[in-house]
Design a protein around this ligand. Sequence first.
Ligand code: FE2
Length: 466
Amino acid sequence: MNPGYMPKYSIGFTSLLDEVSSVPLSVTGIIPPGLVGTMYRIGPGRFEIGGHTVGHWLDGFALLSSVTFGPHGVTCSNRFLASSWYHRALLEDALPAGGFDSPSVHWRSHLSDDNTNMNIMHWRNEFEALGDTPQSILIDPMTLATIRTRRWAHLHRCCASSPHPVFDRLTGERFDLSLCNGDPAAYVITVTSPEGRTRRLCTVPSSRLGYMHSFSVTPRWVVLVEGPFTAYPRSLSSSRRPYLRNYVWDAGRGSRVLVVDRRTGALKTTLSTRPLFTLHHINAWDDGDQIIVDLAAYADPSILDALAFDHGEVPAGDFPAPLATRLVIDVEHKRVVCSPLRCPPGEFCMIDARFSTRPHTILFAAGPTRTGEPIDRLCRSDVMTGRFIEWSSDNCFPGAPVFVPAAADGPEGEGWLLAIVLDVLAKRSFVLILDAATMTEQARAWLPCALPFGLHALFVPEEATT
Ligand SMILES: [Fe+2]
């Protein structure tokens, strides 16, 4: 890349400092009358402070946005999370030490980083923003105000956590995965009951710890997929390198698949498969003595390097896209078969959530039209037939799609697909509403600003918050 070169989508990596509250949006097209509720999206939103630029996109300060669809129109809000990390940055007018991948003259463990810009969840009437440390931020869903930082007391020896807890829709339980660098170093899985009681399900010792962004839970098993991107446990809390730089890719190690009995917490088996790097598991279910795990697999972790701010310059190309991949894990015969699903490459894969922990056919994802380019289209794929339908629009870059079923008992994948899209020519973002069955455009609700690229999104129907 030439120094000073600015790709046309660079506005997606540009800070948005203005916070707004319940601003009415102009709409083109027709919002489906049945779409009533709020879409939330979180991501990095501010990249400079005190004259310094963060070293990595994932060190941008967490910005939460919401778009509410109601009988009186569409409104939007956005607000920075009042994390202690952000407070410290404002107080010191400098980037705090201990970020994801930003060098610093001072040293502080990544554990102190509560800049939870990766994911947003709604569970037990709580809205919670999550990052990759064992702390999260509770949010007021109406005002987006920060209520408080939650530090999990039972994870006091853990140095990292998955920002993707798994929720069992049948039992109401929540599963969390953390990395413990105590003695022994281990993966720790906890279960929280619908009443809010948390217990440790298991501790799986491991001499090295993988970069574990998500995992799977089926009715019988908990499945961890550890790619060969691992770190010495103690380095995660005591090395002076940025957190990410403690991890080393060693393809020769292959990947480990750890299968834990969900009922007893016992490690049933540890299997091997080809080297892969994954951020997101998609869905998993039991099939007799087999476990099926679908995940988005990269060839290596270069996506993380691609999102670095090189000497203050925004990421500009060579963005690898993952392939949705199916692991068929034969527990009894101790075998794993790994093969790609029939769909185009893409991130932020999403199924119709009513099909979680059972076989799904429809997969939504956001991916690039051309290899190495940023995400510029949304796809709906039938993974059985390989048929896919896409939406794209000139100069438009969509973020994570969210599927909203039109009816509780409707067919799989029938409803609406929502995504926040950045139109780099208009220098504005809009919420796109697609008919999820046909991927045809229903409406755009125009935000008053260009929202920086984000991470995960969530739709909460109105009845769930009232
Ligand atoms: Fe994620």
